[in-house]
Design a protein around this ligand. Structure first.
Ligand SMILES: [Zn+2]
Length: 83
């Protein structure tokens, strides 16, 4: 049993702090980004190319990356920051 993994899954998606003002369109855009953006797996020696949302799960499940490591990769200097 890995307690921190369970916690990481629930905290994986950062949702607006105020749910009253959250609009479904924002979630649609989030999932569109996760599914529509194809990225190469950043793990050393791994050459998989997957949708961003799939890579996040892949990194956690297959490479045992922590939530912090995945976030660091997502917001890191190598990340494509264009909007
Ligand atoms: Zn990989």
């Amino acid at each position: 049993m890995v307690g921190s993994q369970d916690r990481g899954e629930r905290e994986m998606y950062l949702l607006p702090a105020d749910p009253g003002k959250g609009r479904p369109q924002q979630l649609d855009r989030l999932f569109e980004c996760l599914e529509g953006t194809v990225r190469r797996c950043p793990h050393a020696g791994c050459r998989k190319k997957l949708a961003l949302g799939v890579i996040i799960v892949h990194l956690n499940d297959d490479h045992r990356w922590t939530r912090e490591q995945i976030v660091e990769w997502l917001v890191g200097p190598s990340a494509d920051a264009t909007h």
